[in-house]
Design a protein around this ligand. Sequence first.
Ligand code: SAH
Length: 313
Amino acid sequence: MARANAAYYARCDPFADFTTAPEISQIFGELLGAWAASMWAQMGAPDPILFVEAGPGRGTLMADALRTVARVAPDFAAALRVHLIETSPRLRAEQAARVGSARWHERLEDVPAGPAIVLANEFLDALPIRQFERLAGAWAERHVAGGAFVALPCANADDGAPDGAVLELGEAAQTWIADLAARLVRDGGAALIVDYGFADPQYGDTLQALRGGRPVSPLVEPGTADLTAHVDFSALAATARAQGASVWGPVAQGDFLRTLGLEARVERLTARHPARASELVAGADRLASPAQMGTLFQALAVTALSLAPPGFR
Ligand code: SAH
């Protein structure tokens, strides 16, 4: 999955296959920008401060966030240095077109030390997972051989799961959040992770491949479909806590955005741009309504111990 997804993001236009919150509504990035400004103030307004995004896609979220920050928190705008973590050269070019001054990195470890505010929307779901399947009373691990899934015996402990249960292990996401949490504890700062996934551990096969907006087999023409899996938020939270960080949430995306002022922002924008009223209302509804992205998507914050991020009542 790691190599197939790297090839996919390097060669293909992912936004032909799926859309994301910042592409649906400018308000998403605006509220996250205000969230970041609030964290910066709580941190004691460090200057400089690293403003980091992992997997920035088209750069829309960061551009919307920076526009808001310039307006509501000019001191933060002056202090921040944008660092983008992106492996795809094609998406780096799109990000450069929307975000003026940024530095790019392949990995979180490459971002220079120092206090940081980190955003990651739909990043962790793109990282590789391992899958285990319960067969005849024992766990087997799914591998790929000859273009098909094969299940090979493995040493997982017997947890009494029923036959047919699928267990997913997101080791890459765990390593990532452990590094992130250790960094925030060491240098100060806060991170906001938004993604789709489970608040509590669950069995189930969530590996999904999308090509042209349609589900396809993940094994056909690898590198041409977007591969994702649900994020296990309870495992992420436990890993971050083990590094000594504070963890907030997960809370449903809809609740998070409403607490940050989603409705008030829709009203202000529609008052200023009446012709866009229906688009703005529909976009906000898509982000927050439980029938759409409001509960499937979750927000999780990881912070240095002294901080209390907004949006997590
Ligand atoms: N956050 C954006 C894009 C989500 S798509 C949005 O909300 O619209 C996932 C993003 O993560 C893409 O930018 C992709 O190129 C990037 N990405 C995927 N795997 C990565 C990895 N291992 N390291 C860095 N970036 C990665």
